[in-house]
Design a protein around this ligand. Structure first.
Ligand SMILES: Cc1cc2nc3c(=O)[nH]c(=O)nc-3n(C[C@H](O)[C@H](O)[C@H](O)COP(=O)(O)OP(=O)(O)OC[C@H]3O[C@@H](n4cnc5c(N)ncnc54)[C@H](O)[C@@H]3O)c2cc1C
Length: 493
């Protein structure tokens, strides 16, 4: 069945898709939106996020914004290549344009456009502020919309619903493939609706805003490896994101961008059904795996900057699980309960032996580990300061703990199980500063745009509080350019 002819077809109804659809409509385009979820679950990951933005004010991103992206660029990139990558687009060697890297031009565009996107969102009634977080202290500045990502989806969704003549949303409809014309331009989407009904939706441009592949176990195993069996989306919205947007674009010849072997990792309580049930107090205790062994420095720095690497190490343990273990000293940390969003109580015992039994960890191995750690803690713990990296480090033990090292000796003893959850995947496709998808030869694919998680920008470590703003910014860029393209006579454009 063929459904209408639109100026723009958008796939996905999260922050990227709604920003794209509404911007295109505000610029005169007639838009179709395809959304896998039913209407009351629309919004993918965005629906469940608190949606922090790495901003120091409504007018500017955080001071560390571009430096963090540069530091988190991953791997050991060739400095000569990086030097070329900062040259302007037209002066870059063609092959470089297609290179998978955190493109400094795109990052600078996101930094410049984020305040404009934030202000645009306030026009729909969303209010931003500096809101409380689940970190006791932070290494950067963050703002968020009051009501979180749900407030964004509701505000934009209400606008889209009120303009249903120009923005037609097809729910429970999943995009499967791109339709090309003879010249190689993208001119529509093949999709499947309720009851496995095939349909085609034609449009002058297509914007892929269907999130990453966090909900696709096959792709996760393929790109991340067998340990991916131990991870799960951090919230329900991730299950809807099964990677078709990324796969369709790659099949159309798009250049890949973003770290396919990685994802935004978060340590969560596996017993919990809460949204994002993070356990972020572990830096004040120790972490052991289910063999009763420590496996990492639990406190290499402030938790907000280091939890992701720790979560990935948990995924790498033999059963993908670890336990954060504390003694009564945890209560010396004022406000620590805000750092644990699981509402399931900790495992608690009066002795370490009993705790090990409750954790189903070998008693001897566990108590030996705690004894060795206790032995390595400084005798004088008076420098303990939970809000700064206090330098209270272990010594004489191979696996060092760099801060907040105090012996675990005072009952009651407590433990939380922790697994690694997947907030979203990093692997996506390369886009330019108008969110046009770039092919593997460095040229824009006519008619094809990518926004949000489909547009890969992260390598190894997530630059925190930048994914919703990436979605809003790239969605708006794509929507505006697709609306311009609608009037262009140049079919190659
Ligand atoms: C609990 C949680 C907390 C987070 N906290 C933050 C934070 O504080 N700050 C931050 O910046 N980021 C945060 N993130 C990450 C951020 O929310 C997401 O990366 C971002 O919202 C993604 O936006 P998106 O529009 O690209 O994708 P999504 O919001 O996931 O939307 C994708 C949409 O596409 C639909 N879809 C998928 N496949 C198809 C298909 N084939 N056909 C049709 N429709 C399809 C889905 O149903 C969904 O509605 C958090 C995420 C979660 C889950």
């Amino acid at each position: 069945m063929q459904i209408g002819e639109f100026d723009v077809v958008v796939v996905g109804c999260g922050i990227a898709g709604l920003s794209a659809a509404i911007t295109a409509q505000q610029n005169g385009a007639r838009v179709a939106v395809l959304e896998r979820a039913p209407e009351d679950e629309r919004g993918g990951n965005t629906r469940y996020t608190e949606s922090f933005w790495r901003m120091k004010s409504a007018d500017a991103v955080s001071d560390d914004f571009e430096d963090r992206f540069a530091a988190n660029a991953g791997g050991w990139p060739d400095p000569g290549v990086l030097r070329d990558a900062v040259r302007d687009w037209n002066n870059q060697p063609q092959v470089l344009r297609a290179l998978g890297l955190a493109d400094p031009h795109l990052i600078a565009t996101i930094a410049e456009e984020a305040p404009k996107a934030l202000k645009w969102l306030t026009e729909f009634g969303v209010k931003f502020d500096f809101l409380p977080l689940y970190f006791l202290s932070q290494s950067t500045t963050r703002m968020g919309p009051i009501g979180g990502g749900l407030a964004l989806i509701e505000a934009l969704g209400t606008y889209a619903d009120a303009h249903a003549d120009d923005i037609e949303i097809f729910y429970e409809t999943a995009a499967r493939g791109l339709i090309h014309d003879d010249a190689g331009a993208v001119v529509g989407i093949r999709a499947v609706g309720p009851g496995n009904k095939s349909m085609e939706v034609r449009g002058r441009s297509v914007i892929l805003a269907s999130g990453g592949f966090e909900g696709n176990q096959e792709m996760l195993s393929h790109y991340i490896g067998p340990q991916a069996q131990f991870i799960r989306p951090v919230a329900r919205g991730g299950h809807y994101n099964r990677g078709e947007g990324v796969a369709m674009a790659l099949a159309a010849g798009a250049a890949s961008c973003g770290d396919y072997g990685s994802f935004h990792a978060q340590p969560v309580d596996p017993r919990s059904t809460d949204i994002e049930p993070v356990v972020l107090n572990y830096s004040y205790g120790i972490l052991v795996n289910d063999a009763g062994q420590r496996f990492t420095d639990e406190a290499p720095g402030m938790v907000d900057a280091t939890y992701e690497e720790v979560a990935r190490l948990i995924m790498g343990q033999r059963h993908g699980i670890a336990y954060a273990v504390f003694d009564a000293g945890l209560d010396d940390v004022e406000n620590w309960p805000v750092t644990v969003r699981s509402r399931i109580p900790s495992i608690e015992a009066e002795t370490l032996e009993e705790l090990a039994e409750l954790m189903e960890v070998d008693v001897r191995d566990f108590t030996d580990t705690v004894a060795a750690y206790n032995q390595a803690c400084p005798e004088d713990g008076s420098a303990f300061d939970p809000l700064t990296t206090d330098g209270l480090a272990t010594s004489g033990i191979t696996l060092r703990k760099s801060h907040w090292a105090r012996p675990l000796v005072r009952p009651p003893f407590r433990a939380w199980p922790m697994i690694c959850a997947n907030c979203f995947t990093f692997g996506g496709v390369k886009i330019d500063e108008n969110a046009r998808v770039i092919n593997a030869e460095g040229d824009a694919i006519p008619g094809l745009y990518a926004a949000g998680e489909v547009a890969g920008i992260y390598y190894r470590v997530y630059t925190g509080a930048t994914s919703v703003m990436r979605g809003a910014v790239t969605g708006r860029l794509a929507g505006a350019d697709a609306a311009r393209r609608r009037n262009s006579k140049d079919l190659k454009r």
